[in-house]
Write a protein that binds this ligand. Structure first.
Ligand code: B12
Ligand code: SF4
Ligand code: SF4
Length: 311
């Protein structure tokens, strides 16, 4: 039998990442994101971050990975799909699909820790770097484009040509030199404007630009305090997050695959009927949403979103 040539470190990282439940991996040179500076600046200057004060902090760090990891050489971007074909009970208040599983911040960090350990083992010495998912001033979508994983759709999300946009992004920033992949070419939205046309609050103010002040996802997850009457009307029927601008996207309409190596679905959440949502009390909330991203809004946040009285 002929011996196959030994696999490169890059190939082995891809194989291990797939084993850990990541569908796609891309590599980019860790350099200053100078071309993104103006976009980020404009977004902030227009106040599109709404009440997310943290988006105004660490401006330079957001553009420069070497301020997060000294001597950073490579950014490895990982995609984790959560498009799995189940649905919530009919007419129940909507919960964003990514929150139907254990909180991805915890779930993906565990998986990335294993990947870091694997790289150290392969190298025979501890690799210097850090891993993140939505947890640091990193322009995650910009890195994914640079790593060749997809393009930024008009809904502002990263769209992978095979996986669509129901994916979460995570990255390893390492001081290890690995051959970069080609950045993704021009976007493939074409003349389509379905996401812009379907957004119930007109939050997509230009192709790829979301004004968080108008976005149901922002209002139901990040907004602190009570809603005005207008905000109540805007979030109507949404308990946590919003998927409308993804549900209408033709790139998410491909046949769903059975996903393996994934976190378990929160069946309690999916089976909640409209009547059960209406009467949810703090104890039930804790039980159903234990370990879930929905906890970010808290019981009082969910009650506010649903415009209900506290039990
Ligand atoms: C703040 C934030 C929000 C805000 C603002 C959203 C926004 N569009 O910026 C709110 C609360 C509204 C939000 C909502 C959601 N979010 Co959010 N959010 C973030 C966060 C923390 C920062 C995003 C950011 O930096 N925004 C500022 C803008 C200016 O940056 P940007 O859009 O990334 O654009 C940069 C580059 O991509 C590039 N760029 C942008 N557009 C284009 C276009 C072209 C042509 C080019 C060349 C370059 C380019 O330039 C910009 C540099 O300034 C990221 C995590 C992270 N650290 O990146 C998650 C993140 C973007 N969110 C995510 C998710 C899942 C969501 C929701 C789907 C959740 C839900 N179901 O409710 C919604 C989607 C709403 C929407 N249509 O955007 C995922 C997206 C995964 C994906 N496949 O894209 C991320 C990456 C978290 C993660 N780790 O997976 N989010
Ligand atoms: S998440 Fe909902 S509200 Fe926000 S831009 Fe998309 S469709 Fe509009
Ligand atoms: S709905 Fe159409 S315009 Fe919007 S992101 Fe998808 S392909 Fe692009």
């Amino acid at each position: 039998m002929e011996n196959s040539p030994p696999k490169s470190l890059k190939e082995n990282i891809c194989i291990k990442a797939a084993e850990l439940g990541f569908e796609a991996v891309g590599f980019a040179k860790a350099e200053h994101l100078s071309s993104e500076k103006e976009r980020l600046n404009n977004w902030l200057n227009q106040g599109f971050q709404a009440g997310m004060g943290y988006m105004e902090k660490h401006f330079e760090m957001r553009l420069n990975p070497t301020l997060l990891v000294e001597e950073a050489k490579t950014v490895i971007s990982l995609l984790y799909s959560y498009n799995q074909g189940e649905e919530q009970a009919t007419d129940a208040p909507r919960v964003a699909r990514y929150a139907w599983f254990r909180d991805y911040h915890k779930e993906l960090k565990q998986r990335m820790k294993v990947l870091m350990e694997f790289i150290s083992l392969e190298l025979g010495t501890p690799v210097n770097g850090r891993y993140f998912t939505d947890s640091a001033p990193v322009l995650e979508r910009a890195w994914a484009v640079r790593s060749g994983l997809g393009w930024i759709g008009k809904n502002s999300l990263l769209i992978h040509p095979k996986l669509g946009s129901f994916t979460l992004l995570a990255e390893l920033i390492l001081d290890l030199e690995l051959e970069p992949d080609q950045p993704f070419g021009p976007g493939l939205c074409g003349a389509c404007t379905r996401c812009i046309d379907s957004c119930p609050t007109s939050a997509i103010v230009a192709a790829g630009v979301v004004n968080s002040n108008l976005c149901i996802s922002y209002l139901t997850i990040e907004h602190k305090g009570e809603f005005t009457q207008e905000q109540h009307t805007m979030v109507d029927g949404h308990a946590f997050g919003c998927d409308i601008c993804q549900e209408v996207c033709p790139w998410n309409k491909k046949p769903l695959r059975v996903l393996s190596g994934k976190a378990d679905l929160n069946r309690g959440l999916l089976s909640l009927t409209p009547a059960q949502w209406q009467s949810i009390d703090p104890e039930q909330f804790e039980k159903i949403f234990f370990g879930s991203a929905v906890k970010r809004a808290g019981y009082s946040g969910i009650i506010r979103n649903l415009n209900q009285q506290k039990q």
